[in-house]
Design a protein around this ligand. Structure first.
Ligand SMILES: NC(=O)c1ccc[n+]([C@@H]2O[C@H](COP(=O)([O-])OP(=O)(O)OC[C@H]3O[C@@H](n4cnc5c(N)ncnc54)[C@H](OP(=O)(O)O)[C@@H]3O)[C@@H](O)[C@H]2O)c1
Length: 304
């Protein structure tokens, strides 16, 4: 490989994809693909996309992420979240490229009382989780040079996410009812992309040894945990500068009072011990990452 690898970012316009574009900008030749250029639900288009790009690294930040809508569109969710990653893995293996893929805490049923580890039994409660699990399994079956990072509750300055939704609702409403019995680690897209960049750099430098030493499935989340209600309160405290002086009242409610088409796990906390031991990488605490994302939003507002 030349000193500047060819990096194909799939799902480049999504919230993680945008941050991957930033974090890998100085590392190689970036080729961005998104819905405008490829429909990942069509296998031939996925294969053609990779063959034309001829990448050394594939960063797959694309996914069907509409968790509730997936209940009524299981075929599309499965095509994008399972069949497309399988083709990416096959194409990566064919050319000895590295495939980086993201998965989710929703592969678990949330019944454990301590953080989930990579070897815990999966049992997705919804179609989205089942489709993401099928994607993990397909990549592992191909068994090339791959890294799967399971993450949770992704937020950031770009795209559609909980932080931006809360900021909008915070400006519009006097009070909000937010679920308080689901806990997890809000994880910033900035932190995810930076950690990915650091690990990929180490892998390509040979710092982590030969492929079998580092390839595999890892949990990658910000540290700490909080409920959705606690996260909302933190957003309103940390991001008051973006709320036009309004801070809404946040009322805790149980999941039973907020029915959704897709069931969600109660405990989404993932242990990052394997990631830390293997790569010496630790993401910041979620509230520090929240400050970082808020600062990015404030700065972009000032420069707009
Ligand atoms: N968001 C979370 O809270 C969360 C939690 C755990 C894990 N993850 C995982 O983290 C990764 C990144 O998620 P994210 O939050 O950055 O997702 P995102 O913002 O929804 O971005 C996903 C991207 O994939 C694109 N996409 C979806 N279907 C497509 C298709 N058929 N053809 C082409 N492009 C398509 C989307 O385009 P459109 O916008 O046009 O649909 C979007 O640009 C995913 O693997 C996700 O499963 C996310």
């Amino acid at each position: 490989m030349s000193n500047r690898p060819r990096i194909l970012i799939v799902g480049a316009a999504g919230q993680v994809g945008v941050e991957l574009q930033r974090s890998f900008a100085d590392y190689g030749e970036i080729i961005c693909r998104d819905r405008d250029t490829v429909d990942l639900a069509v296998p031939d288009q996925v294969r053609t996309m990779v063959r034309e790009a001829a990448p050394n690294i594939i960063l797959n930040a694309a996914a069907y992420t509409a968790v509730d809508r997936a209940e009524s569109e299981p075929d599309v969710a499965m095509a994008v979240n399972a069949q497309a990653p399988a083709i990416l893995a096959e194409e990566a293996l064919r050319t000895d490229a590295l495939l980086v893929h993201y998965s989710t805490d929703y592969v678990f049923d949330g019944s454990k009382t301590s953080p989930w580890v990579e070897t815990d039994k999966t049992n997705p409660l919804n179609v989205y989780g089942a489709s993401k699990l099928a994607g993990e399994e397909a990549i592992q079956k191909v068994a090339g040079k791959y890294l799967i990072f399971r993450t949770s509750w992704v937020f950031g300055p770009h795209g559609q996410n909980y932080l931006l939704t809360m900021l909008r609702l915070g400006r519009e409403r006097e009070s909000l009812n937010i679920v308080d019995d689901q806990i997890g680690a809000p994880t910033s897209s900035i932190e995810l992309a930076n950690a990915t960049r650091s690990i990929v750099g180490g892998v390509l430098d040979g710092r982590f040894g030969a492929t079998p030493n580092w390839a595999g499935l890892y949990h990658m989340t910000c540290s700490g945990s909080v409920s959705w209600c606690g996260f909302s309160r933190a957003i309103f405290t940390h991001a008051h500068a973006l709320l036009d002086g309004k801070i809404p009242l946040v009322n805790p409610i149980p999941t039973s009072e907020y029915p959704t088409p897709a069931k969600r796990p109660l405990n989404s906390c993932l242990s990052n011990e394997k990631l830390s031991l293997r790569f010496s990488v630790q993401l910041t605490p979620w509230d520090t990452a929240l400050d970082e994302a808020v600062l990015t939003l404030v700065l972009s507002r000032q420069s707009a």
